[in-house]
Write a protein that binds this ligand. Sequence first.
Ligand code: NAD
Ligand code: MG
Length: 360
Amino acid sequence: MRVKRVALLGATGSIGRQAIEIISSRADLELCGLMSGSQPLDALGLEHGVSHLQVGGSAVPLLEACEPDIVLNAIVGFAGVEATLWALEHGVTLALANKESLVAAGELAVAAHRRGGGLLLPVDSEHSALFQCLEGRAPETIDALVLTASGGPFRGRSAHELANVTVADALAHPTWSMGRKISVDSATLANKGLELIEARWLFGLPYENIEVVVHPASIVHSLVRFRDGALLAHLGSPDMRVPISFALGYPDRPAVAAAALDLEHGLDLRFEAVDDETFPLLPLARAAGERGGTAPCAYNAANEVAVEAFLGGRIGFLDIADTVAGALDEVDGSPARDLSDLVAADAEARRLAERRLVPA
Ligand code: NAD
Ligand code: MG
Protein backbone atom coordinates (compact mmCIF):
# COMPACT_ATOMS: atom_id res chain seq x y z
CA MET A 1 0.00 0.00 0.00
CA ARG A 2 1.35 3.40 -0.97
CA VAL A 3 0.74 6.05 1.65
CA LYS A 4 -0.52 9.33 0.20
CA ARG A 5 0.85 12.55 1.64
CA VAL A 6 -1.79 15.20 2.36
CA ALA A 7 -1.10 18.92 2.69
CA LEU A 8 -3.97 20.29 4.78
CA LEU A 9 -4.58 24.00 4.32
CA GLY A 10 -7.08 25.56 6.71
CA ALA A 11 -6.18 22.84 9.20
CA THR A 12 -7.73 24.56 12.22
CA GLY A 13 -11.15 25.16 10.63
CA SER A 14 -14.36 23.19 10.54
CA ILE A 15 -13.39 21.21 7.41
CA GLY A 16 -9.75 21.02 8.55
CA ARG A 17 -10.62 19.41 11.88
CA GLN A 18 -12.92 16.86 10.26
CA ALA A 19 -10.21 16.08 7.70
CA ILE A 20 -7.69 15.43 10.47
CA GLU A 21 -10.12 12.97 12.05
CA ILE A 22 -10.39 11.09 8.74
CA ILE A 23 -6.68 11.16 7.91
CA SER A 24 -5.77 9.94 11.42
CA SER A 25 -8.10 6.97 11.05
CA ARG A 26 -6.65 5.82 7.72
CA ALA A 27 -3.40 3.91 7.25
CA ASP A 28 -3.11 4.96 3.59
CA LEU A 29 -3.08 8.72 4.33
CA GLU A 30 -0.56 10.84 6.22
CA LEU A 31 -0.33 14.54 6.88
CA CYS A 32 2.77 16.17 5.39
CA GLY A 33 1.98 19.86 5.87
CA LEU A 34 -0.40 22.05 7.82
CA MET A 35 -1.43 25.65 7.24
CA SER A 36 -3.70 28.09 9.05
CA GLY A 37 -4.48 31.79 8.68
CA SER A 38 -3.50 32.99 12.14
CA GLN A 39 -3.95 30.19 14.69
CA PRO A 40 -0.70 28.57 15.91
CA LEU A 41 -0.01 25.05 14.60
CA ASP A 42 2.81 23.80 16.82
CA ALA A 43 0.62 21.61 19.04
CA LEU A 44 -1.22 20.13 16.05
CA GLY A 45 2.10 19.51 14.26
CA LEU A 46 3.55 17.77 17.31
CA GLU A 47 0.45 15.66 17.81
CA HIS A 48 0.48 14.43 14.20
CA GLY A 49 4.21 14.36 13.60
CA VAL A 50 4.11 17.09 10.94
CA SER A 51 7.08 19.43 10.66
CA HIS A 52 6.02 21.52 7.65
CA LEU A 53 3.83 24.17 9.27
CA GLN A 54 2.79 27.60 8.08
CA VAL A 55 0.68 30.32 9.63
CA GLY A 56 -0.51 32.93 7.13
CA GLY A 57 1.32 34.19 4.06
CA SER A 58 1.61 32.37 0.75
CA ALA A 59 0.88 28.64 0.68
CA VAL A 60 3.43 28.04 -2.07
CA PRO A 61 6.63 27.62 0.02
CA LEU A 62 4.86 25.11 2.26
CA LEU A 63 3.48 23.18 -0.73
CA GLU A 64 6.89 23.06 -2.39
CA ALA A 65 8.58 21.91 0.79
CA CYS A 66 6.15 19.20 1.89
CA GLU A 67 5.76 17.43 -1.49
CA PRO A 68 2.10 16.43 -1.20
CA ASP A 69 0.24 13.82 -3.26
CA ILE A 70 -3.01 15.57 -2.30
CA VAL A 71 -3.69 19.20 -1.41
CA LEU A 72 -6.84 19.58 0.68
CA ASN A 73 -7.66 23.26 0.34
CA ALA A 74 -9.94 24.13 3.27
CA ILE A 75 -8.85 27.76 3.58
CA VAL A 76 -11.76 30.19 3.74
CA GLY A 77 -12.08 32.92 1.10
CA PHE A 78 -9.94 34.33 -1.71
CA ALA A 79 -6.86 33.55 0.41
CA GLY A 80 -7.16 30.00 -0.99
CA VAL A 81 -6.61 31.00 -4.60
CA GLU A 82 -2.83 30.53 -4.77
CA ALA A 83 -2.98 27.01 -3.38
CA THR A 84 -5.74 26.01 -5.81
CA LEU A 85 -3.76 27.31 -8.79
CA TRP A 86 -0.52 25.73 -7.53
CA ALA A 87 -2.06 22.26 -7.17
CA LEU A 88 -3.85 22.42 -10.53
CA GLU A 89 -0.75 23.72 -12.35
CA HIS A 90 1.48 21.01 -10.85
CA GLY A 91 -0.93 18.14 -11.50
CA VAL A 92 -1.18 17.42 -7.77
CA THR A 93 -4.58 16.03 -6.75
CA LEU A 94 -6.67 18.89 -5.40
CA ALA A 95 -9.43 18.11 -2.90
CA LEU A 96 -11.25 21.43 -3.00
CA ALA A 97 -13.37 22.79 -0.16
CA ASN A 98 -12.32 26.40 -0.82
CA LYS A 99 -15.07 27.23 -3.34
CA GLU A 100 -14.14 30.93 -3.33
CA SER A 101 -10.92 30.17 -5.24
CA LEU A 102 -12.77 28.52 -8.10
CA VAL A 103 -15.37 31.29 -8.17
CA ALA A 104 -12.72 34.00 -8.33
CA ALA A 105 -10.22 32.23 -10.57
CA GLY A 106 -12.53 30.04 -12.70
CA GLU A 107 -10.92 30.53 -16.12
CA LEU A 108 -7.35 30.56 -14.79
CA ALA A 109 -8.07 27.44 -12.75
CA VAL A 110 -9.56 25.53 -15.69
CA ALA A 111 -6.52 26.43 -17.82
CA ALA A 112 -4.09 25.40 -15.04
CA HIS A 113 -6.01 22.14 -14.58
CA ARG A 114 -5.73 21.40 -18.30
CA ARG A 115 -1.99 22.03 -18.28
CA GLY A 116 -1.35 20.14 -15.03
CA GLY A 117 -3.56 17.16 -15.83
CA GLY A 118 -4.16 16.15 -12.20
CA LEU A 119 -7.38 15.31 -10.39
CA LEU A 120 -9.77 18.00 -9.15
CA LEU A 121 -12.10 16.49 -6.56
CA PRO A 122 -14.83 18.62 -5.01
CA VAL A 123 -15.30 18.51 -1.24
CA ASP A 124 -18.38 20.75 -1.20
CA SER A 125 -21.20 18.27 -0.52
CA GLU A 126 -23.36 19.35 -3.48
CA HIS A 127 -20.47 19.12 -5.92
CA SER A 128 -19.27 15.82 -4.52
CA ALA A 129 -22.82 14.56 -5.11
CA LEU A 130 -22.87 15.90 -8.67
CA PHE A 131 -19.40 14.50 -9.38
CA GLN A 132 -20.61 11.05 -8.34
CA CYS A 133 -23.86 11.26 -10.32
CA LEU A 134 -21.95 12.44 -13.40
CA GLU A 135 -19.13 9.89 -13.35
CA GLY A 136 -18.98 7.96 -16.61
CA ARG A 137 -21.95 9.77 -18.24
CA ALA A 138 -21.76 11.06 -21.80
CA PRO A 139 -22.10 14.88 -21.79
CA GLU A 140 -24.85 14.88 -24.41
CA THR A 141 -27.12 12.85 -22.10
CA ILE A 142 -27.09 15.55 -19.41
CA ASP A 143 -29.85 18.20 -19.37
CA ALA A 144 -29.18 19.98 -16.10
CA LEU A 145 -27.44 20.00 -12.77
CA VAL A 146 -29.77 20.62 -9.83
CA LEU A 147 -28.06 22.07 -6.77
CA THR A 148 -29.97 21.70 -3.52
CA ALA A 149 -29.99 24.44 -0.88
CA SER A 150 -31.19 24.01 2.69
CA GLY A 151 -32.58 27.54 2.55
CA GLY A 152 -30.62 28.42 5.70
CA PRO A 153 -31.98 29.74 9.01
CA PHE A 154 -34.17 32.41 7.33
CA ARG A 155 -36.07 30.26 4.87
CA GLY A 156 -39.71 31.36 4.60
CA ARG A 157 -39.05 34.89 5.92
CA SER A 158 -39.56 38.10 3.95
CA ALA A 159 -36.86 40.74 3.47
CA HIS A 160 -38.79 42.99 5.84
CA GLU A 161 -38.51 40.37 8.60
CA LEU A 162 -34.73 40.10 8.07
CA ALA A 163 -33.91 43.76 8.64
CA ASN A 164 -32.99 43.31 12.29
CA VAL A 165 -31.71 39.73 12.53
CA THR A 166 -28.57 39.30 14.63
CA VAL A 167 -25.26 37.59 13.94
CA ALA A 168 -26.31 34.77 16.27
CA ASP A 169 -29.54 34.28 14.28
CA ALA A 170 -27.57 34.11 11.03
CA LEU A 171 -25.08 31.61 12.45
CA ALA A 172 -27.79 29.21 13.65
CA HIS A 173 -27.83 26.92 10.62
CA PRO A 174 -30.65 24.34 10.76
CA THR A 175 -28.82 21.35 9.26
CA TRP A 176 -25.04 21.91 8.94
CA SER A 177 -22.43 22.97 11.50
CA MET A 178 -19.76 25.04 9.70
CA GLY A 179 -17.34 27.96 9.94
CA ARG A 180 -18.72 31.48 10.49
CA LYS A 181 -18.25 32.84 6.98
CA ILE A 182 -19.99 29.98 5.18
CA SER A 183 -22.75 30.01 7.80
CA VAL A 184 -23.56 33.65 7.01
CA ASP A 185 -23.29 32.81 3.29
CA SER A 186 -25.85 30.05 3.84
CA ALA A 187 -28.19 32.51 5.55
CA THR A 188 -27.99 34.99 2.62
CA LEU A 189 -27.85 32.21 -0.02
CA ALA A 190 -24.56 33.71 -1.27
CA ASN A 191 -23.20 30.24 -0.52
CA LYS A 192 -25.50 28.80 -3.18
CA GLY A 193 -24.47 31.61 -5.52
CA LEU A 194 -20.82 30.70 -5.01
CA GLU A 195 -21.72 27.04 -5.52
CA LEU A 196 -23.53 27.81 -8.75
CA ILE A 197 -20.36 29.40 -10.16
CA GLU A 198 -18.24 26.61 -8.66
CA ALA A 199 -20.42 24.04 -10.47
CA ARG A 200 -20.04 25.89 -13.75
CA TRP A 201 -16.22 25.61 -13.60
CA LEU A 202 -16.10 22.10 -12.17
CA PHE A 203 -18.49 20.53 -14.66
CA GLY A 204 -18.36 22.86 -17.68
CA LEU A 205 -22.12 23.33 -18.15
CA PRO A 206 -23.53 26.77 -18.99
CA TYR A 207 -25.43 28.61 -16.27
CA GLU A 208 -28.80 28.06 -17.96
CA ASN A 209 -28.30 24.33 -17.35
CA ILE A 210 -27.62 24.69 -13.64
CA GLU A 211 -30.69 24.98 -11.42
CA VAL A 212 -31.05 25.62 -7.70
CA VAL A 213 -33.87 24.24 -5.59
CA VAL A 214 -34.54 24.49 -1.87
CA HIS A 215 -34.57 21.20 0.02
CA PRO A 216 -34.78 21.97 3.75
CA ALA A 217 -33.84 18.51 5.08
CA SER A 218 -30.39 18.51 3.39
CA ILE A 219 -30.65 14.80 2.66
CA VAL A 220 -30.55 15.02 -1.14
CA HIS A 221 -27.16 16.63 -1.73
CA SER A 222 -27.84 17.41 -5.41
CA LEU A 223 -29.28 15.85 -8.56
CA VAL A 224 -28.50 15.44 -12.26
CA ARG A 225 -31.36 15.60 -14.76
CA PHE A 226 -30.79 13.52 -17.91
CA ARG A 227 -32.32 13.97 -21.36
CA ASP A 228 -34.72 11.06 -20.85
CA GLY A 229 -36.23 12.78 -17.81
CA ALA A 230 -34.43 10.58 -15.28
CA LEU A 231 -32.96 12.24 -12.21
CA LEU A 232 -29.97 10.75 -10.41
CA ALA A 233 -29.53 11.99 -6.87
CA HIS A 234 -27.02 11.51 -4.08
CA LEU A 235 -28.57 11.02 -0.64
CA GLY A 236 -27.07 10.85 2.82
CA SER A 237 -26.94 12.44 6.26
CA PRO A 238 -25.64 16.01 6.31
CA ASP A 239 -22.10 15.09 7.42
CA MET A 240 -19.09 16.70 5.73
CA ARG A 241 -16.87 13.76 6.67
CA VAL A 242 -18.53 11.84 3.81
CA PRO A 243 -17.46 14.15 0.93
CA ILE A 244 -14.08 14.83 2.61
CA SER A 245 -13.42 11.10 2.81
CA PHE A 246 -14.64 10.52 -0.74
CA ALA A 247 -12.23 13.14 -2.11
CA LEU A 248 -9.27 11.93 -0.04
CA GLY A 249 -9.93 8.27 -0.83
CA TYR A 250 -10.91 8.62 -4.50
CA PRO A 251 -11.57 6.29 -6.27
CA ASP A 252 -11.75 3.78 -3.42
CA ARG A 253 -14.72 5.15 -1.44
CA PRO A 254 -13.44 4.08 1.99
CA ALA A 255 -15.79 3.47 4.92
CA VAL A 256 -16.91 6.44 7.05
CA ALA A 257 -18.59 6.30 10.45
CA ALA A 258 -21.48 8.56 9.38
CA ALA A 259 -25.07 7.98 10.49
CA ALA A 260 -27.05 6.03 7.89
CA LEU A 261 -30.38 7.46 6.71
CA ASP A 262 -33.34 5.89 8.44
CA LEU A 263 -35.42 4.88 5.41
CA GLU A 264 -37.99 2.91 7.38
CA HIS A 265 -39.18 5.95 9.29
CA GLY A 266 -39.55 7.98 6.11
CA LEU A 267 -37.42 10.66 4.55
CA ASP A 268 -38.37 14.31 4.25
CA LEU A 269 -37.99 14.81 0.51
CA ARG A 270 -39.73 18.18 0.20
CA PHE A 271 -38.43 20.62 -2.42
CA GLU A 272 -39.46 24.22 -3.06
CA ALA A 273 -38.48 27.18 -5.23
CA VAL A 274 -35.87 29.69 -4.09
CA ASP A 275 -37.22 33.10 -3.03
CA ASP A 276 -34.98 35.29 -5.21
CA GLU A 277 -36.58 38.47 -3.92
CA THR A 278 -35.71 37.87 -0.28
CA PHE A 279 -32.31 36.36 -1.10
CA PRO A 280 -30.92 38.52 -3.95
CA LEU A 281 -27.36 37.24 -3.54
CA LEU A 282 -28.28 34.11 -5.49
CA PRO A 283 -29.55 35.91 -8.62
CA LEU A 284 -26.66 38.38 -8.28
CA ALA A 285 -24.23 35.45 -8.44
CA ARG A 286 -25.92 34.10 -11.54
CA ALA A 287 -25.73 37.53 -13.18
CA ALA A 288 -22.04 37.89 -12.22
CA GLY A 289 -21.34 34.41 -13.57
CA GLU A 290 -23.06 35.16 -16.86
CA ARG A 291 -21.26 38.49 -17.14
CA GLY A 292 -17.99 36.57 -16.82
CA GLY A 293 -14.48 38.04 -16.68
CA THR A 294 -13.65 39.12 -13.14
CA ALA A 295 -17.30 39.80 -12.19
CA PRO A 296 -17.47 36.55 -10.15
CA CYS A 297 -14.17 37.49 -8.47
CA ALA A 298 -15.71 40.87 -7.58
CA TYR A 299 -18.90 39.22 -6.32
CA ASN A 300 -16.82 37.05 -4.04
CA ALA A 301 -14.58 39.87 -2.82
CA ALA A 302 -17.45 42.24 -2.06
CA ASN A 303 -19.29 39.44 -0.28
CA GLU A 304 -16.24 38.66 1.87
CA VAL A 305 -16.00 42.31 2.89
CA ALA A 306 -19.72 42.56 3.61
CA VAL A 307 -19.85 39.32 5.62
CA GLU A 308 -16.87 40.44 7.70
CA ALA A 309 -18.61 43.77 8.33
CA PHE A 310 -21.83 42.01 9.31
CA LEU A 311 -19.98 39.66 11.68
CA GLY A 312 -18.25 42.69 13.18
CA GLY A 313 -21.56 44.45 13.79
CA ARG A 314 -20.81 47.25 11.32
CA ILE A 315 -23.74 46.57 8.97
CA GLY A 316 -27.10 44.85 9.08
CA PHE A 317 -28.03 41.59 7.36
CA LEU A 318 -29.76 43.20 4.38
CA ASP A 319 -26.77 45.50 3.81
CA ILE A 320 -24.70 42.46 2.78
CA ALA A 321 -26.57 42.08 -0.53
CA ASP A 322 -26.74 45.85 -1.08
CA THR A 323 -22.98 46.12 -0.64
CA VAL A 324 -22.31 43.35 -3.15
CA ALA A 325 -24.82 44.69 -5.69
CA GLY A 326 -23.35 48.20 -5.42
CA ALA A 327 -19.77 47.03 -5.82
CA LEU A 328 -20.70 44.89 -8.82
CA ASP A 329 -22.31 47.91 -10.49
CA GLU A 330 -19.02 49.77 -10.28
CA VAL A 331 -16.40 47.18 -11.27
CA ASP A 332 -15.27 46.92 -14.87
CA GLY A 333 -15.12 43.13 -14.74
CA SER A 334 -12.63 42.65 -17.55
CA PRO A 335 -10.97 39.21 -17.61
CA ALA A 336 -7.80 38.43 -15.66
CA ARG A 337 -4.82 37.26 -17.72
CA ASP A 338 -2.95 35.98 -14.69
CA LEU A 339 -2.95 35.80 -10.92
CA SER A 340 -1.72 39.37 -10.51
CA ASP A 341 -4.68 40.68 -12.58
CA LEU A 342 -6.97 38.63 -10.40
CA VAL A 343 -5.43 39.93 -7.19
CA ALA A 344 -5.93 43.45 -8.53
CA ALA A 345 -9.59 42.78 -9.41
CA ASP A 346 -10.15 41.30 -5.96
CA ALA A 347 -8.55 44.34 -4.29
CA GLU A 348 -10.55 46.80 -6.37
CA ALA A 349 -13.86 45.10 -5.52
CA ARG A 350 -12.88 45.08 -1.84
CA ARG A 351 -12.14 48.79 -2.00
CA LEU A 352 -15.50 49.54 -3.64
CA ALA A 353 -17.35 47.35 -1.12
CA GLU A 354 -15.56 48.96 1.85
CA ARG A 355 -16.59 52.40 0.60
CA ARG A 356 -20.23 51.36 0.64
CA LEU A 357 -20.33 50.05 4.18
CA VAL A 358 -22.87 51.96 6.17
CA PRO A 359 -22.94 51.93 9.98
CA ALA A 360 -25.55 49.48 11.31
P1 NAD B 1 -13.39 27.92 9.04
O1 NAD B 1 -13.57 29.37 9.22
O2 NAD B 1 -13.91 26.99 10.08
O3 NAD B 1 -11.84 27.60 8.80
C1 NAD B 1 -11.08 28.32 7.89
C2 NAD B 1 -9.64 27.86 7.91
O4 NAD B 1 -8.91 28.67 6.98
C3 NAD B 1 -8.95 28.04 9.27
O5 NAD B 1 -8.05 26.98 9.48
C4 NAD B 1 -8.18 29.33 9.08
O6 NAD B 1 -7.02 29.43 9.92
C5 NAD B 1 -7.77 29.21 7.63
N1 NAD B 1 -7.43 30.48 7.00
C6 NAD B 1 -8.11 31.66 7.05
N2 NAD B 1 -7.44 32.60 6.37
C7 NAD B 1 -6.33 32.01 5.87
C8 NAD B 1 -5.23 32.47 5.11
N3 NAD B 1 -5.15 33.75 4.72
N4 NAD B 1 -4.27 31.59 4.78
C9 NAD B 1 -4.33 30.31 5.18
N5 NAD B 1 -5.34 29.82 5.93
C10 NAD B 1 -6.32 30.67 6.26
O7 NAD B 1 -14.05 27.59 7.61
P2 NAD B 1 -14.70 26.21 7.12
O8 NAD B 1 -16.14 26.20 7.46
O9 NAD B 1 -13.85 25.05 7.50
O10 NAD B 1 -14.64 26.43 5.53
C11 NAD B 1 -13.44 26.31 4.80
C12 NAD B 1 -13.76 26.31 3.31
O11 NAD B 1 -14.54 25.14 3.02
C13 NAD B 1 -14.61 27.50 2.86
O12 NAD B 1 -14.25 27.85 1.56
C14 NAD B 1 -16.03 26.94 2.85
O13 NAD B 1 -16.86 27.61 1.93
C15 NAD B 1 -15.78 25.51 2.43
N6 NAD B 1 -16.82 24.58 2.85
C16 NAD B 1 -17.05 24.38 4.17
C17 NAD B 1 -18.05 23.51 4.58
C18 NAD B 1 -18.30 23.24 6.05
O14 NAD B 1 -19.12 22.38 6.37
N7 NAD B 1 -17.64 23.91 6.98
C19 NAD B 1 -18.82 22.84 3.62
C20 NAD B 1 -18.55 23.05 2.27
C21 NAD B 1 -17.54 23.92 1.89
MG1 MG C 1 -22.11 23.11 -0.10
